[in-house]
Design a protein around this ligand. Structure first.
Ligand SMILES: *Cc1c(COP(=O)(O)O)cnc(C)c1O
Length: 394
């Protein structure tokens, strides 16, 4: 633990993202820990080698670059231990595989990040683990789905396409009463806008690729565990050999330092754009938890400290050619997967094909929107021109 982490508990989040995990005088006074590249770590004596008696023993088990970001994320999420992974999805896999055994039963939200379903339905199923998908709005009703062999409950709030807000504290209370682990994908809110460990979660997952890296230039994941879950995470990580590349970890640490100011802008511009979109005649509904019209708004106000820049809109019915005309010629909004970078994005989506516990019903085409750091006036002008093309094509 570095000198700057000693009084970490008393510091506010904006300070924490700037200072946590840095120890300049351990690096000749340079502000940022350097990129340590390395596999072999030398031991000075046979005795030290036999006992593995030093802080760093092998590149896969961590370097000062890796430890710095792990310390910072653990502090900001409020957990006891963080392990980094080469992508957000690898972090999801690491989290599940650290806790499940053959014969287990899992409860996973139906609104979960879609590839997480592949892990459950393909790999975990093959290993003898059964998954039940549940209505994300189930709250403490999840108690009725718990079986004698249920090992864990998995939440993601809001869902990153359909934006259902889960009652995480209620689900935590059931998990505690029934002796289940509670794992959560906390990517949407980032470690700043939802504090999973204050709401009873045992393990929090970040697709750091999104807001922590924040610049669409690296893949990275993080799994953070509370003290009770840390041993499992450590063993799982060791068994799987999960580790992230030094350059990506450096970019994650660099992104983290500006997370607070970036999220403030994503929050403000995202809400402004959501309100503007809600007033558009082409739009049937806007799915943004910060809007009073959102069914999960009360939970968002109760549990969250802010909103990130990701939400969805449902268009009124229009021909597919209208949607293509709107999206094909946008000047500022890019079309592509992932989000959390400085730039605005828009993609059509349709979850009807993979939902199993709930039915997705929408008036027209659904679009997922990421509001970046541009001036909202320019973003409105870009979408306004897009809506004009949509109307012309209809
Ligand atoms: C993107 C994403 C992931 C996976 O992260 P990658 O870095 O793309 O592998 C996991 N969960 C959520 C909610 C995501 O949006």
């Amino acid at each position: 633990m570095s000198r700057s982490d000693e009084d970490a508990t008393s510091r506010r989040p904006a300070t924490e993202v700037v200072h946590s995990g840095r120890d300049p005088f351990a690096h000749h006074g340079f502000v940022n820990p350097p990129v340590y590249r390395g596999s072999t770590v030398l031991f000075p004596t046979v005795e030290k080698l036999n006992k593995r008696d030093q802080e760093y023993t092998y590149g896969r088990r961590g370097t000062p670059t890796v430890r710095a970001l792990e310390t910072a994320i653990a502090n900001i999420e409020g957990g006891a231990m963080t392990k980094l992974a080469p992508s957000g999805y690898a972090a999801v896999s690491l989290a599940f595989l650290s806790f499940v055994e053959a014969g287990d039963h899992l409860l996973v939200a139906d609104s979960v990040y879609q590839p997480t379903r592949k892990l459950c339905d393909f790999l975990l199923k093959r290993l003898g683990v059964e998954t039940t998908y549940y209505d994300p709005l189930i709250g403490d009703g999840i108690d009725a789905l718990v079986r004698p062999n249920t090992r864990l409950v998995y939440t993601e709030s809001p869902g990153s396409q359909t934006f259902e807000l889960q009652d995480v504290p209620s689900i935590s209370r059931v998990a505690t009463a029934r002796g289940l682990w509670h794992l959560m994908d906390n990517t949407w809110a980032s470690p700043l806008y939802f504090k999973p460990f204050q709401h009873g979660v045992d393990v929090s997952i970040q697709a750091a690729t999104k807001y922590i890296v924040g610049h669409a230039d690296a893949m990275l994941g993080a799994v953070t565990a509370n003290a009770r879950a840390a041993k499992h995470l450590e063993k799982g990580n060791e068994a799987l050999g999960t580790c992230a590349g030094s350059e990506e970890v450096f970019l994650g640490a660099r992104g983290l330092r500006t997370l607070d100011v970036r999220l403030e802008r994503h929050h403000r511009s995202g809400l402004e754009m959501a309100r503007w979109l809600e007033s558009r005649p082409e739009v049937a509904r806007v799915l943004h938890p910060g809007l009073e019209s959102h069914p999960g708004h009360a939970i968002w106000k109760r549990d969250f400290l802010g909103a990130s820049g990701l939400f969805a809109i449902i268009l009124k019915p229009c021909p597919p050619a209208g949607v293509a005309a709107m999206l094909d010629h946008l000047a500022l909004f890019g079309m592509g997967f992932s989000w959390g970078g400085f730039e605005s994005l828009i993609v059509p989506f349709d979850p009807t094909g993979y939902r199993t516990a709930t039915r997705w019903q929408a008036e027209g085409q659904a679009l997922r929107v990421h509001i970046g750091l541009e001036d909202p006036a320019d973003l409105k002008a870009d979408l306004d021109a897009g809506f004009a093309r949509l109307r012309a094509a209809g």
